[in-house]
Design a protein around this ligand. Structure first.
Ligand code: ZN
Length: 1026
């Protein structure tokens, strides 16, 4: 699956920890003698969200009144009466507030006696409750079975004992083949279904436990292979685990096959999960219906009863009854189409290959396609008829990439067809269902007149990602969701790798580099998690779909490829795919394949476990002394609690350490060695001026240099930056700003380093500098410190002035140049610099005068629209175009402009409309909230909107899903006051315990706390020197 908008929502953690390793000589330790405090067993590195909860207790220690006052006055100023500043916030803030004497004041003897009595009474009550059997107290008394007991002895909906208590299914019964027949009614949004499942008993048992949710089951029959006589049987339902149990009329014998037939009916979902339906307005204003599926991770069970875990692979025969005007598609090619007596059509699809339930898919809609044959596989791109003109780029791309992957993996794509379908309303970016890839329209369709180079890259990358999944994920599948990174990390890695090979002109390495920067920012928080983490509940599984599984996974594979060489890497993954085709695997299976190829010259498993089973990443500190480099590693951790630090010393990584120097022949002075101890020494061949560690940032770690070594690098950048690659220059900018956040270097030194930007021409370093300084601007702006914010902008503008003035308002040049143009003109217009807004206004006025028919340069279109949206008439005109245009690429640029307005009434209307899903589809809601939340004053409004509509949001999007992650982060990440911290915490505490424990909630609280500390630390210094 591709999750949309990951990188937009990565946040701003800042810290104030003052430290410098160079105050003392590096302490070289022989790690061979040092016991490993972190044994790296999966069970011991489970996700522990509770830790952060303590971080934000005791907020009352701080003065909240002043911040509250600021917040209220800004709200009043903006006329935001709907902002709903609840008295609950005040009450909760008061609860936290300590006495003026502080919490540590001496207690009186009387207080001690009273407290002791209260404690004894409380303990007694707790013990009585604990010892009472099978009962939980409620207002009505003791009538409800306690959950802990229920998990031991669950009760089915009919009151009978349910024979299985665990979330995971028993392994006694394995499905072999499903025959699924569906008759959907797209106007009544209901369907009838029937599923016949052939199963094989691996153990003797009386029950068959499988998943089912939301089904009205009318009839269940059971048949053994021996008797071949159908018997109607009873089923038990246990909704808490979304499971049903079929009570067999006879014992199922080990090694025998049986058949189960379940007839049922259900609603077509109105969310984006399971078998869901949508309506849309076609060109002639006619209302149309469309039904699609999105099963990953846990929604196949809502479309049909099934063994809904990835390891329960089986084959599928799917039959769909439809009206004549619709086309039905499924994973496999259509085998037959039969006209029935009632005028309906019955389509039957060929039996599938063996696959997991989350990959099953079917869609029904009025669609057209364009196809091309690739060595016996028919590749087709489908869209609604009026958008069929936008599928050519996708077809060309899919054909090229299919050929590339078949050659690279040395395994043929096994199906006779490969459909890529643009769905009019779809939550994820895309989904890799085997043979039937589903996409948003904006991630598959490309319009020559309105799609920018960034749009083209997006479509190409997402197709590359989903096609890679046909091998990584579909052919070889993770056994359980704890190893989701094996699917997503690989697909993300292959997405960039294949683009570098097949579409080199797109410079996709720039995007991958940017993704690594942003992923490491998230991974440096306490709320981060190892990419291979233990998961059980549906929320925990949903939470695995975050940028770490995708981009950290991909970054680790890049590091491994760089270390082992491209040939060895390819050899190992080809071996892995061949060894495990149609099977289910764990991380160890992948590392075993690598170890087989490296032939024990390197223990890849041992090395990579230090990266997949630990959260975070190392900070490598470097000091050059003569011809020697002294190296140390520690965890890079934006830690707010000093007491956490000691245990942090147990983290140790096996780091492939690479470096470049300014030797006589630059290109030959690259070297790689493995640092598997706390510290080490690298001998340089000659005494060099400077050393840049982590060449091209292929390694997943940050580097801090001794003061003199930073100075040498800064000097080199000023003298001749092009001695270093653009990746290295961008990496240095990223490194030094992240270290400034940690307090290891001063912000002033970070700005000293980017002074060389006046002579920088490449995209990656400039966009990284704009990103880092933009984060600081955002914080200052939201604090109302416009004096400092303006000085910051002017400082950056002076550095990039020449480059900005050289830009033309065209689509000319290679992709990288075009993207730089977008970034520079966006910066200039956002801050009304260099006459940018004048040109943008002229272009916008001409576009309006032509009623939106005059074509604009696509790369600057969003900037032009944003400037145009600043006036009332401009905003309204853009909205009218949004509702009538046919290009999603153009509509997205308009929507971004609409959501960048400063008019809070308009912003509120946008969010509300998207939640309702009429004028603006609900799939765009998280994008709108993120965009509104980025600007002033929208960031206050976005959070209020989220609070007011929280219940609706979690009905529409699963708790923990990436959309909820995105909404929580997007509406809170720019808060930097204690009042906001308290408010966000109180709000989520007042939801369920599960909600409060969500990783995204803990992350939001941590980010706000870090912002507060960053402001406290840096505001004065900025005032002084900026
Ligand atoms: Zn994916």
């Amino acid at each position: 699956m591709s999750c949309f908008g990951f990188l937009d929502r990565l946040q701003l953690p800042r810290n104030m920890i003052e430290n410098s390793m160079f105050e003392e000589e590096p302490d070289v330790v022989d790690l061979a003698k040092e016991p490993c405090l972190h044994p790296l067993e999966p069970d011991e590195v489970e996700y522990e969200p509770r830790g952060s909860r303590l971080l934000v207790r005791g907020l009352g220690e701080h003065e909240v009144d002043e911040d509250e006052e600021d917040y209220e006055s800004s709200a009043k100023l903006l006329g935001m009466s709907f902002m709903n500043r609840s008295s609950g916030l005040r009450n909760s803030a008061t609860t936290y507030r300590q006495s003026p004497d502080g919490a540590c004041s001496a207690l009186s003897a009387r207080t001690v006696v009273v407290c002791a009595f209260v404690v004894v009474a409380a303990v007694s009550v707790i013990m009585v409750i604990y010892l009472l059997p099978r009962c939980t107290f409620t207002k009505e008394g003791c009538h409800k079975q306690s959950q802990s007991l229920e998990s031991i002895q669950p009760v089915a909906t009919n009151g009978k004992p349910f024979p299985w208590a665990r979330v995971r299914l028993p392994m006694a019964i394995m499905p072999l083949r499903y025959e699924l027949s569906l008759h959907p009614n797209l106007t009544s949004m209901t369907f009838k279904g029937s599923v016949t499942i052939s199963v094989h008993a691996l153990q003797a048992t009386w029950n068959i436990i499988l998943h089912s949710t939301g089904h009205n089951i009318s009839r269940v029959t059971f048949m053994s292979a021996v008797s071949s006589q159908e018997k109607q049987v009873e089923i038990l339902e246990y909704p808490f685990h979304e499971q049903i149990a079929v009570v067999a009329p006879e014992a199922l014998l080990m090694g025998h096959n049986y058949t189960l037939k379940i007839e049922y009916s259900a609603n077509i979902s109105s969310s984006y999960y399971g078998f869901y339906g949508i309506s849309y307005t076609a060109e002639n204003n006619e209302k149309k219906y469309f039904a699609a599926t999105q099963f990953e991770p846990l929604a196949a069970r809502s479309a049909f009863p099934c063994f809904d875990e990835p390891a329960f692979k089986a084959t599928f025969i799917i039959r769909i009854i439809r009206d004549e005007q619709y086309t039905a598609l499924s994973n496999m090619p259509k085998k037959s189409s039969v006209l029935m007596e009632d005028g309906l059509i019955l389509d039957e699809f060929s039996e599938s290959v063996k696959m997991s339930t989350y990959l099953v898919a079917f869609i029904i809609g009025e669609i057209k396609s364009l196809s091309q044959d690739v060595n016996g596989t028919l590749v087709s791109i489908y869209a609604v008829p009026e958008k069929i003109g936008q599928v050519h780029h996708a077809l060309e791309t899919a054909v090229k990439l299919l050929e590339f992957y078949q050659n690279y993996f040395e395994i043929q794509y096994p199906l006779k067809k490969l459909d890529l379908v643009a769905i009019p309303d779809f939550e994820a970016g895309a989904m890799e269902n085997w043979g039937l890839l589903t996409f948003r329209e904006e991630t598959l369709l490309y319009d020559n007149n309105t799609s920018s180079v960034a749009d083209r890259k997006l479509v190409t990358k997402i197709i590359a990602h989903e096609l890679a999944h046909q091998w990584f994920g579909n052919l070889v599948t993770m056994r359980w969701w704890n190893d989701l990174w094996l699917n997503e990390g690989f697909a993300t890695f292959m997405e960039y790798f294949s683009l570098e090979k097949m579409f080199k002109e797109l410079s996709s390495y720039e995007d991958f580099l940017d993704a690594r920067f942003k992923t490491m920012k998230k991974d440096s928080l306490n709320s981060s998690h190892p990419i291979s983490s233990s998961v059980q509940s549906s929320e925990q599984i949903e939470e695995m779909f975050d940028s770490l599984s995708y981009f950290k996974g991909a970054s680790l594979l890049l590091m491994l490829k760089s270390y082992l060489s491209e040939d060895v890497f390819q050899h190992a993954i080809v071996l892995y795919l061949h060894n495990h085709s149609y099977g289910s695997i764990e991380s160890d299976d992948l590392w075993d394949s690598f170890n087989e190829v490296t032939n024990k010259t390197l223990d890849v498993k041992k090395m990579m476990k230090t990266w997949t089973l630990q959260k975070g990443f190392p900070l490598v500190t470097v000091q050059k002394k003569g011809k020697e480099l002294f190296i140390q590693q520690e965890r890079f951790f934006l830690n707010m609690k000093p007491e956490i630090q000691p245990s942090d010393g147990s983290y140790l990584w096996h780091i492939p350490l690479s470096y470049v120097t300014e030797g006589r022949n630059y290109s030959k002075h690259r070297s790689v060695s493995l640092l598997d101890k706390r510290s080490g020494i690298i001998n340089l061949t000659e005494d060099v001026q400077w050393v840049k560690v982590n060449a091209d940032m292929n390694g997943y770690y940050l580097v801090h240099y001794a003061s003199d070594d930073w100075e040498s690098l800064i000097t080199q950048l000023r003298v001749n930056p092009y001695v270093l690659s653009d990746k290295d220059r961008a990496n240095l900018i990223n490194n030094i700003f992240e270290l400034a956040g940690l307090g290891r270097v001063s912000l002033q030194r970070a700005f000293d380093l980017i002074d060389y930007l006046q002579s920088e021409n490449d995209t990656a370093p400039i966009t990284e500098a704009l990103f880092q300084t933009g984060l600081i601007f955002d914080l200052l702006e939201k604090l109302g410190r416009m004096d400092l914010a303006s000085r910051l902008v002017m400082r950056v503008f002076k550095l990039l002035q020449n480059q900005i003035q050289q830009q033309t308002w065209t689509d000319e040049g290679p992709p990288s140049v075009r993207e730089l143009r977008s970034a520079l003109l966006e910066f200039a217009c956002a801050h009304s610099l260099a006459g940018c807004c004048t040109t943008a206004t002229q272009l916008f006025d001409a576009w309006v005068a032509s009623n939106g028919t005059q074509s604009l340069p696509t790369d600057v279109m969003a900037t032009v629209f944003k400037v145009g949206a600043r006036t009332e008439n401009g905003w309204l005109f853009l909205l009218s175009k949004y509702t009538s245009l046919g290009s999603e690429a153009e509509k997205n640029k308009i929507l971004e402009a609409l959501a960048s307005s400063e008019d809070v009434r308009k912003l509120y209307w946008l969010m509300k409309s998207s939640l309702d899903g009429d004028t603006i589809r609900t799939q765009k809601l998280s994008f709108i909230i993120r965009t509104v939340g980025r600007h002033f004053p929208g960031h206050l409004l976005a959070w209020d909107f989220v609070k007011e509509n929280w219940n609706k949001l979690v009905q529409k999007f699963p708790l923990g899903s990436y959309t909820i992650q995105s909404i929580v982060a997007g509406s809170t990440h720019l808060f930097s006051t204690k009042t906001h911290l308290s408010e966000v915490q109180t709000f989520f505490e007042n939801q369920s315990e599960t909600t409060f424990r969500l990783r995204c909630v803990q992350e939001a609280l941590e980010v706000i706390q870090l912002n507060i500390q960053w402001v406290e630390k840096n505001l004065k210094a900025l005032t002084w020197w900026l």
